[in-house]
Design a protein around this ligand. Structure first.
Ligand SMILES: CC(=O)SCCNC(=O)CCNC(=O)[C@H](O)C(C)(C)COP(=O)(O)OP(=O)(O)OC[C@H]1O[C@@H](n2cnc3c(N)ncnc32)[C@H](O)[C@@H]1OP(=O)(O)O
Ligand SMILES: CC(=O)C(=O)O
Length: 538
């Protein structure tokens, strides 16, 4: 029977102490629901003694009827030289209506002297009184021993006295905190084991990531006897963050054989990680272990060739166990296997014996050498493959475009694009004003295409990125433009490269529209004529 390790999520408290992370009450409530579905045991919702937002959260979280997780409110021990029952912070915890309180107190004598500027005896009394007050009021109490590892290294006897005082006052858990994130796994293991011998209540670990060891330290603590791990989704948190639960949970469960959440809940991990990053509006690193977009993405041709034979050759776990999936990238590092997998994904008939395989690989490598990058431009790659394998209908061809940018005294900059394209034998000449050259080009091209393809009105550009780079051996700077386009159901990315930013943008734009139109039915009956400069019939 696997040993149980309880998961304490502090995304909504310590996570919001991370730079750039700010959550509204609504955001916090939405995330709490996801965390409950994920199966964490505790959700630390905030610090009611700190701000009105957190007070409102605790008021409203009761309406969610969470099925699994216990909600806990955070705070500190009472202020020095006061009574616990008079302490506003402890009273806000009671008023929040939670059944579990998490309070932190000082373990490091240096902090007692320098940070809270009181005596060692008064700090012990602050810990005892505060835990006792909350216990006397019927709460489960988790005692976070702040700076425990630094305190232990500086004055072992005093650090142990602090947690013994918490235990004597009735704490249900003693959580050892590597608050400054400076400890190493071997030290953590040794100190957790010694603390475990000093007290008989269960021990937990709360690790920060300042040495990029928060996950490793959490695992070391569990192996040394800790039975609760505190951390955050995606590792958000003060300074360099907290232990990332998206790595802690699968490591504990899949590698070390502990039990934290059910297998079905583990399958929601990737979805929860991405959801939280969306709500927090924080970019998620593609290479984030287990849950990142590239966590099971294979780029090197050798790797792809091997995973086709057995996924285990380059995957440490089956991605679906954590709700992620395998991906194959195509780039100048690709071999034929990459292209074959990609083509299979697109349901294109393209096997090893197809004579076109080599020429397509060469084309991809040549374009990447020119500055194209297909791993971030799935739609451009699909067009290239479809064109090579089955040929593509020419949905439109460019005859010419012209951009006029005019700045005159007393007026802002006015940008106008004139586009001439041939659509099924008909030359469409249109013009549009935009708030910049790319916007104007986009609007003019759409005007030209709408009569033939009215669906084009449902798509819109969602992102536009430019990267300037110097081509090897020449002095001319080239630019790569990446465009993201979306309709109601999907989004897709295209790439264009040129020494001229407008031409690079046009290439990416034209691919994005082509991609949208390929496979869509051409309307037989034209829509009412759009505003345009002229239509030339051939
Ligand atoms: C390791 C951690 O992550 S702990 C959590 C840190 N998170 C936060 O600080 C976020 C929320 N904080 C806040 O909203 C505010 O700091 C508050 C409301 C808690 C306190 O605000 P203020 O009363 O203005 O105090 P301020 O923040 O300037 O100073 C902290 C006070 O807490 C005291 N304090 C710090 N730790 C403790 C403790 N464990 N027990 C008791 N008092 C403590 C300090 O001594 C200082 O009080 P003093 O000036 O009387 O000596
Ligand atoms: C309690 C806490 O957040 C810490 O010690 O880091």
């Amino acid at each position: 029977m696997a040993q149980i390790v309880k998961i304490f999520d502090t995304t909504l408290r310590d996570g919001t102490q991370g730079e750039g992370v700010s959550l509204s009450v609504e955001d916090k409530l939405k995330i709490a629901q996801k965390l409950d579905v994920l199966g964490v045991h505790y959700i630390e919702g905030g610090w009611p003694g700190s701000n009105g937002k957190d007070i409102e959260f605790f008021h409203r979280v009761k309406e969610l009827n969470l099925t699994h997780a216990k909600v806990t409110a955070f705070g500190s021990t009472r202020r020095k030289e006061t009574k616990a029952q008079d302490d506003p912070n402890l009273n806000r915890i009671l008023e929040s209506g939670v059944e579990v309180a998490t309070i932190f107190g000082k373990s490091w004598d240096f902090h007692v002297h320098k940070a809270i500027q009181t005596t060692l005896e008064e700090n012990l009394a602050m810990i005892y009184d505060s835990v006792k007050f909350l216990k006397d009021n019927g709460l489960e109490v988790i005692y976070d021993a702040e700076h425990f590892f630094d305190g232990f290294k500086n004055n072992q006897e005093y650090a142990l006295q602090t947690i013994k005082h918490a235990e004597a006052a009735g704490a249900d858990w003693i959580v050892l905190c590597d608050t400054n994130g400076g400890s190493l796994p071997d030290e953590v293991a040794e100190i957790v084991a010694k603390a475990g011998q000093a007290v008989s209540v269960p021990i937990g670990i709360h690790a920060h990531n300042d040495c990029e060891l928060a996950v490793a330290n959490s695992l070391a603590a569990v192996n040394a006897g800790a039975r609760q791990v505190q951390g955050t989704i995606n590792g958000y948190g003060e300074r360099c963050g907290n232990a990332n639960l998206c790595s802690v949970i699968p490591n504990l469960q899949l590698k070390l054989g502990y039990s934290c959440i059910s297998d079905e809940q583990l399958c929601t991990l990737t979805q929860v990680a991405r959801y939280v990053s969306e709500v927090a509006n924080m970019h998620m690193p593609v290479g984030q272990p287990y849950v990142g977009n590239a966590a099971f993405a294979h780029k090197g041709g050798i790797h792809v060739s091997a995973i086709l034979r057995h996924a285990k050759t380059y995957e440490h776990i089956t991605p679906e166990l954590v709700g992620n999936k395998q991906r194959v990238l195509v780039s100048e590092l690709a071999g034929q296997s990459n292209l074959i997998v990609k083509a299979q994904e697109l349901q294109l008939n393209f096997d090893k014996d197809n004579p076109k395989v080599k020429s397509v690989i060469e084309k991809v490598k040549e374009l990447e050498h020119q500055g194209y990058q297909f791993e971030g431009a799935d739609a451009s790659l699909e067009l290239l493959l479809r064109e090579a394998i089955e040929g593509l209908e020419e949905v439109f061809t460019l005859e010419s475009f012209k951009i006029i940018v005019e700045k005159s005294a007393g007026r802002g900059v006015v940008t106008e694009a004139i586009v001439k394209v041939n659509v099924h034998g008909e030359t469409m000449l249109t013009a549009a004003e935009g708030n910049g050259p790319v916007n104007a080009l986009d609007l003019a091209l759409r005007k030209a295409l709408i009569p033939h393809y009215p669906d084009i009105q449902k798509i819109h550009l969602t992102d536009y990125k430019v990267r300037v780079f110097d081509e090897k051996d020449t002095t001319a700077a080239k630019v790569r433009v990446l465009i993201e386009t979306a309709d109601a159901d999907n989004s897709w990315n295209t790439v264009g490269v040129s020494e001229n930013i407008i031409e690079a943008s046009w290439n990416a734009l034209a691919d994005s529209i082509r991609y949208a139109l390929i496979g869509k039915t051409r309307v037989e009956h034209k829509q009412p004529e759009p505003q345009r400069l002229g239509v030339i019939n051939h």
